[in-house]
Design a protein around this ligand. Structure first.
Ligand code: SF4
Length: 334
């Protein structure tokens, strides 16, 4: 049984002080993942610092023409916010593709970035797992691997990041705002999550003493041409086998700019700036998307149960570009 202390903070500095004062403390907000981890005895925090009263729920326009979303804004608040729906519909669609209405009402933006993998072995405290207990092994390498990574994995861990929201945030070039004992800093979204390498226990580059305070989106929201396509084993309330968040800027049928992030395939949302650069100036058609897809997926490696994800990813990418540029197609398909 987990025994832990509990405290509540009403200011960011107070939350950081409380966290710092107890080795093994953890912040709790919506708790939609952390409570599972506690119940399954995957994690054993000595103290839970409740941050729900911190003033971090705002969603506001920035002077640079972007949008700043407080880390405690719930998934629902973000998905139905007027500015998000109008200017960043890709983000709204990705959020609504995830979880259930009840969970979206409780889950927060900050928690979404920090949710842990859904690898079965990780949640089973009776099995070895390098992410849960470094150095114990990775049974997924030779075991059940249907939901595991095809890109960026290591011989220590083949887990994937489970978030839908993060796939859209990656495609939108978000910035993560952080506060810690040494002050505040920002991280590009691409640099926030890590690949497993030989330290799969570390999911992100968040420092132990830091708190996520906000996400900032740049001006370009791809409101006109975007799509989020998610393929999963169940029609709802299931994590992605593969998903793609695509935003395209067009001049006629020529690509001015295109962003594409994949979910369900790696330890972090998967993007490749070189592959995206290769699309610029090209006519958007099946051939250019196929070449892009081959570049984005180069190096993909399937295992016993998940080799299908390589071809599935190519199809999901093709479908996402199709939907992004032919919205009438979306309306006419079931
Ligand atoms: Fe653990 Fe990662 Fe292996 Fe899953 S894939 S068992 S999380 S080390």
């Amino acid at each position: 049984m987990n025994r832990f202390s509990y405290s509540r903070a009403s200011a960011v500095s107070q939350a950081l002080d409380q966290h710092r004062a107890h080795a093994g403390a953890a912040f709790i907000a919506g708790g939609t993942n952390l409570v599972d981890l506690l119940r399954e005895e995957v994690t054993h925090p000595a103290l839970l610092v409740d941050i729900n009263r911190l003033p971090l729920r705002q969603i506001e326009a920035t002077g640079a023409g972007g949008l700043k979303i407080g880390a405690l804004a719930t998934n629902s608040a973000v998905a139905y916010d007027d500015m998000v729906v109008r200017r960043y519909p890709l983000l709204a669609k990705a959020i609504l593709a995830g979880a259930s209405a009840q969970i979206r009402n409780a889950a927060t933006v900050g928690g979404n970035l920090l949710q842990r993998t859904r690898c079965h072995y990780f949640y089973d405290a009776g099995t070895p797992c390098n992410k849960r207990e470094p150095g114990t092994g990775c049974p997924a390498l030779e075991g059940v691997s249907r939901i595991h990574a095809i890109l960026g994995a290591s011989d220590q861990c083949i887990a994937v990041h489970p978030s839908d929201m993060c796939v859209a945030l990656a495609a939108l070039d978000a910035t993560v705002h952080l506060a810690g004992k040494d002050g505040t800093r920002t991280l590009a979204f691409a640099d926030f999550h890590r690949l497993p390498g030989d330290t799969p226990n570390r999911d992100s580059n968040l420092r132990d003493d830091e708190l996520i305070t906000a996400i900032e989106l740049p001006k370009q929201g791809f409101a006109t041409h975007h799509a989020y396509v998610k393929v999963r084993d169940r029609a709802s309330y299931a994590f992605a086998l593969v998903s793609a968040a695509v935003g395209v800027e067009l001049d006629g049928d020529t690509i001015v700019n295109a962003h594409c992030a994949l979910g369900g395939v790696a330890h972090k949302p998967w993007r490749d700036p070189a592959a995206e650069a290769s699309l610029r100036g090209q006519r958007l058609d099946a051939a250019s998307v196929r070449d892009f897809s081959a570049m984005l997926l180069r190096g993909a490696q399937g295992r016993r149960d998940n080799a299908f994800k390589i071809e599935l990813s190519a199809r999901v990418i093709a479908r996402a570009f199709e939907l992004a540029t032919q919205p009438s197609f979306e309306e006419s398909t079931p």
